[in-house]
Design a protein around this ligand. Structure first.
Ligand SMILES: [Mg+2]
Length: 271
């Protein structure tokens, strides 16, 4: 039998959101119009949400502080990064006290400490890798040797590039590729477009995919990851996707930005 995707006709069907941050709630340090109003709208209507980003460069507390400066009140517990998701995912298989070697930034080390793991440079059971701004041969060598000696290899995400004012620069995937090639082993990846972050977010909200939507600005991560987790899709044009590409992809819902989404949602609920 042909499997037909059921298109959501109304935003009224959406009870929970997994929301990407950069390109959706802000671009860099610039908040989107109606950001505080959008968050307040969700709270007022009882629509559950979790913010979920592939960028593990800040801790949830740091993202919460960044949003507070923009006038939006979001608790650290409502934010997951690919780093905290990696740590949480690992706790399903590894007990507190497990020896983890981190190749990455302090935010990823903090995520591992927060779930009870111990940071080590020798005899690691796990090598957890992400972008490392101070990458060098010694760090790559250390990670490679630990993986070759049997450590489980996990990465926060495989984003090949990262958009900046200078243009597209190497992302986490480009950096961890050096370890994967040197260790001759492919890592397990946690961030979008894997469904893992969506599953963790839905578990925290007590949500099911049927009433949950992914809200994001990227097709290859936000939309594909959401679809793989069984969620419906809301794409906004305020980030890295142009209208032509967005329409060719055909998400369940397409909006200019969160202000446009907010106006439409309010109107649908008023009817
Ligand atoms: Mg984004």
């Amino acid at each position: 039998m042909r499997k037909v995707k059921t298109l959501k006709k109304s935003l009224k069907d959406i009870k929970n959101l997994v929301i990407d941050m950069d390109g959706v709630l802000y671009v860099g340090s610039q908040p989107m119009a109606c950001l505080p109003e959008f968050i307040e709208f969700l709270r007022g209507k009882g629509i559950g949400f979790m913010l979920a980003t592939n960028n593990s460069g800040l801790t949830p507390a740091q993202y919460s502080a960044k949003l507070a400066k923009m006038g939006a009140q979001v608790a650290p517990g409502e934010i997951i990064t690919s780093g905290t998701a990696t740590a949480e995912w690992l706790t399903r298989k590894y007990p507190p006290g497990t020896r983890v070697h981190v190749f990455g930034e302090d935010s990823l080390r903090q995520a591992m400490i927060d779930v009870g793991f111990v940071l080590v440079d020798e005899n690691a059971e796990i090598v957890a890798a992400s972008i490392d701004w101070g990458v060098n041969f010694e760090k790559i060598k250390r990670a490679v040797l630990l993986i070759r000696r049997g450590a489980f290899f996990v990465v926060t995400n495989l984003d090949p590039t990262r958009p900046t004012e200078e243009g597209l620069v190497p992302g986490t995937g480009a950096i961890v590729a050096a370890i994967a090639v040197g260790a001759e082993q492919q890592p397990v990846a946690i961030g979008k477009p894997e469904p893992t972050m969506f599953e963790l977010a839905m578990a925290k909200m007590g949500a099911t995919p049927e009433t949950t939507a992914t809200l994001g600005d990227r097709i290859d991560t936000d939309m594909h990851g959401g679809v793989r987790a069984g969620c419906s899709t809301i794409l906004v044009l305020s980030g890295s996707t142009g209208r032509e590409e967005a329409e060719a992809y055909g998400p369940d819902f397409l909006f200019e930005d969160i202000a446009h989404l907010l106006r439409t949602w309010e109107a649908q609920l008023a009817n």
